[in-house]
Write a protein that binds this ligand. Sequence first.
Ligand SMILES: [Zn+2]
Length: 165
Amino acid sequence: MTLSADELERYSRQMGLPDWGGDGQERIDTRSAPALIAGHDIAIDCLDTLEARFVLNRACVALDIPMLYAAVGGFTGQLSFIHPPTTPCLECFIPHKIPTEKPQVSGCTTGMISSLEALEAIKYLTGIGRTLAGRLLIVEGVEPRFDILEIEKDPDCPACGSQAE
Ligand SMILES: [Zn+2]
Protein backbone atom coordinates (compact mmCIF):
# COMPACT_ATOMS: atom_id res chain seq x y z
CA MET A 1 0.00 0.00 0.00
CA THR A 2 1.36 3.39 -0.95
CA LEU A 3 -0.21 6.67 0.11
CA SER A 4 -0.79 9.29 -2.53
CA ALA A 5 0.54 12.80 -1.93
CA ASP A 6 -2.98 13.96 -1.05
CA GLU A 7 -3.50 11.10 1.40
CA LEU A 8 -0.12 11.77 3.00
CA GLU A 9 -0.90 15.47 3.36
CA ARG A 10 -4.33 14.70 4.90
CA TYR A 11 -2.77 12.15 7.24
CA SER A 12 -0.09 14.62 8.38
CA ARG A 13 -2.74 17.30 8.98
CA GLN A 14 -4.99 14.93 10.95
CA MET A 15 -2.05 13.76 13.05
CA GLY A 16 -1.19 17.38 13.83
CA LEU A 17 2.33 16.99 12.50
CA PRO A 18 4.11 20.35 12.42
CA ASP A 19 5.14 21.90 9.14
CA TRP A 20 8.81 21.63 8.48
CA GLY A 21 10.79 24.72 9.46
CA GLY A 22 8.79 25.60 12.58
CA ASP A 23 10.21 26.88 15.83
CA GLY A 24 12.76 24.58 17.39
CA GLN A 25 13.20 22.45 14.28
CA GLU A 26 16.60 22.09 12.74
CA ARG A 27 17.70 19.77 9.98
CA ILE A 28 20.40 17.39 11.16
CA ASP A 29 23.58 17.33 9.12
CA THR A 30 27.30 16.99 9.77
CA ARG A 31 27.48 20.67 10.72
CA SER A 32 24.46 20.82 13.04
CA ALA A 33 24.60 17.37 14.68
CA PRO A 34 27.46 17.98 17.17
CA ALA A 35 25.84 21.18 18.45
CA LEU A 36 22.43 19.48 18.76
CA ILE A 37 23.73 16.71 21.03
CA ALA A 38 26.66 18.32 22.86
CA GLY A 39 26.23 18.23 26.62
CA HIS A 40 23.40 15.70 26.57
CA ASP A 41 23.46 12.34 28.37
CA ILE A 42 22.04 10.38 25.44
CA ALA A 43 20.89 10.89 21.84
CA ILE A 44 17.59 9.23 20.99
CA ASP A 45 17.23 8.50 17.29
CA CYS A 46 13.78 9.44 16.10
CA LEU A 47 15.03 10.10 12.59
CA ASP A 48 13.35 9.04 9.37
CA THR A 49 16.32 8.33 7.12
CA LEU A 50 19.34 6.09 7.38
CA GLU A 51 21.51 8.90 6.11
CA ALA A 52 20.51 11.11 9.06
CA ARG A 53 21.13 8.22 11.46
CA PHE A 54 24.67 7.86 10.12
CA VAL A 55 25.23 11.59 10.71
CA LEU A 56 23.94 11.25 14.28
CA ASN A 57 26.06 8.12 14.80
CA ARG A 58 29.24 9.94 13.73
CA ALA A 59 28.51 12.89 16.03
CA CYS A 60 27.81 10.53 18.97
CA VAL A 61 31.05 8.64 18.35
CA ALA A 62 33.03 11.89 18.13
CA LEU A 63 31.51 13.31 21.34
CA ASP A 64 31.36 9.99 23.26
CA ILE A 65 27.59 10.25 23.71
CA PRO A 66 25.44 7.09 23.82
CA MET A 67 22.85 6.74 21.07
CA LEU A 68 19.66 4.76 20.84
CA TYR A 69 19.11 3.46 17.33
CA ALA A 70 15.54 2.70 16.32
CA ALA A 71 14.12 2.08 12.88
CA VAL A 72 10.84 0.83 11.48
CA GLY A 73 9.60 -0.32 8.10
CA GLY A 74 6.18 -1.85 7.49
CA PHE A 75 5.52 -4.16 10.42
CA THR A 76 9.17 -4.65 11.37
CA GLY A 77 11.41 -2.68 13.68
CA GLN A 78 14.93 -2.62 15.08
CA LEU A 79 16.40 -1.19 18.26
CA SER A 80 19.87 -1.04 19.81
CA PHE A 81 21.89 0.87 22.39
CA ILE A 82 25.11 2.21 20.90
CA HIS A 83 28.11 3.54 22.80
CA PRO A 84 31.53 2.75 21.32
CA PRO A 85 34.04 1.53 22.25
CA THR A 86 31.94 -0.60 24.61
CA THR A 87 29.52 -1.47 21.80
CA PRO A 88 29.56 -1.46 18.02
CA CYS A 89 28.47 1.79 16.43
CA LEU A 90 25.66 1.97 13.89
CA GLU A 91 28.06 1.79 10.96
CA CYS A 92 29.56 -1.45 12.32
CA PHE A 93 26.37 -3.38 11.62
CA ILE A 94 24.23 -1.37 9.18
CA PRO A 95 25.40 -1.42 5.57
CA HIS A 96 25.93 1.88 3.80
CA LYS A 97 23.21 1.24 1.26
CA ILE A 98 20.95 4.25 1.56
CA PRO A 99 17.43 3.24 0.42
CA THR A 100 16.10 5.36 -2.39
CA GLU A 101 12.50 5.09 -1.23
CA LYS A 102 10.99 5.68 2.18
CA PRO A 103 9.28 2.53 3.43
CA GLN A 104 5.63 2.55 4.37
CA VAL A 105 5.34 2.32 8.12
CA SER A 106 2.59 1.02 10.36
CA GLY A 107 1.81 3.47 13.14
CA CYS A 108 1.47 0.51 15.49
CA THR A 109 5.02 -0.56 14.73
CA THR A 110 6.31 2.96 15.30
CA GLY A 111 4.44 3.17 18.61
CA MET A 112 5.80 -0.17 19.77
CA ILE A 113 9.44 0.53 18.84
CA SER A 114 9.37 4.10 20.18
CA SER A 115 7.99 2.85 23.50
CA LEU A 116 10.74 0.26 23.72
CA GLU A 117 13.25 3.00 22.81
CA ALA A 118 11.95 5.19 25.64
CA LEU A 119 12.29 2.22 27.98
CA GLU A 120 15.92 1.79 26.90
CA ALA A 121 16.59 5.47 27.62
CA ILE A 122 15.03 5.21 31.08
CA LYS A 123 17.03 2.09 31.87
CA TYR A 124 20.27 3.74 30.81
CA LEU A 125 19.59 7.02 32.64
CA THR A 126 18.50 5.32 35.87
CA GLY A 127 20.91 2.38 35.77
CA ILE A 128 18.02 -0.07 36.09
CA GLY A 129 18.14 -3.36 34.21
CA ARG A 130 20.15 -4.26 31.14
CA THR A 131 20.19 -2.18 27.98
CA LEU A 132 20.48 -3.49 24.44
CA ALA A 133 24.21 -2.61 24.44
CA GLY A 134 25.91 -4.81 21.88
CA ARG A 135 22.60 -6.39 20.92
CA LEU A 136 20.02 -5.69 18.22
CA LEU A 137 16.34 -6.23 18.89
CA ILE A 138 14.44 -7.18 15.76
CA VAL A 139 10.66 -7.13 15.88
CA GLU A 140 8.70 -8.92 13.16
CA GLY A 141 5.17 -7.76 13.79
CA VAL A 142 3.45 -9.95 11.21
CA GLU A 143 4.66 -13.26 12.70
CA PRO A 144 4.79 -11.89 15.51
CA ARG A 145 8.36 -12.48 16.67
CA PHE A 146 10.97 -10.73 18.81
CA ASP A 147 14.62 -11.71 18.28
CA ILE A 148 17.76 -10.34 19.89
CA LEU A 149 21.01 -10.71 17.96
CA GLU A 150 24.49 -10.17 19.35
CA ILE A 151 26.25 -7.56 17.21
CA GLU A 152 29.99 -7.10 16.90
CA LYS A 153 32.30 -4.21 16.26
CA ASP A 154 33.76 -3.95 12.77
CA PRO A 155 37.48 -3.34 13.28
CA ASP A 156 37.54 -1.54 9.95
CA CYS A 157 34.47 0.58 10.67
CA PRO A 158 34.85 4.02 9.08
CA ALA A 159 33.19 5.66 12.09
CA CYS A 160 34.65 3.89 15.15
CA GLY A 161 37.28 1.42 13.88
CA SER A 162 40.94 1.70 13.10
CA GLN A 163 40.06 3.31 9.76
CA ALA A 164 37.93 6.00 11.43
CA GLU A 165 38.08 9.27 9.55
ZN1 LIG B 1 31.59 1.39 14.12
